[in-house]
Ligand binder design. Structure first.
Ligand SMILES: [Zn+2]
Length: 81
């Protein structure tokens, strides 16, 4: 089970990441590449908040769910509670 998973958008190897306890995700695999086109392009697709909110989406896989891809909403730059 040492399969390598890469991001289909930038071909970077996905990094294991432990989600926040409240998310219930456990360990997921995330593309941490800040140059990833998926990540860089995401701010234009989620504009449900004000422009100052640096929301972005990272490509992620959920190993607990048959490696189903999903968008991990990331806060880069700002801290929010
Ligand atoms: Zn990527």
């Amino acid at each position: 089970m040492s399969q390598t998973h890469v991001c289909p958008h930038c071909n970077q190897e996905l990094t294991p990441w432990l989600g926040p306890p409240e998310s219930g995700w456990g360990e997921i695999l995330v593309c941490n590449n800040n140059e990833c086109p998926y990540f860089k392009g995401s701010p234009s697709t989620i504009r449900n908040t004000d422009e100052a909110s640096p929301l972005g989406c990272r490509y992620a896989l959920d190993p607990a769910n048959d490696y189903t891809p999903f968008s991990l909403v990331a806060w880069h730059g700002a801290c929010r509670d």
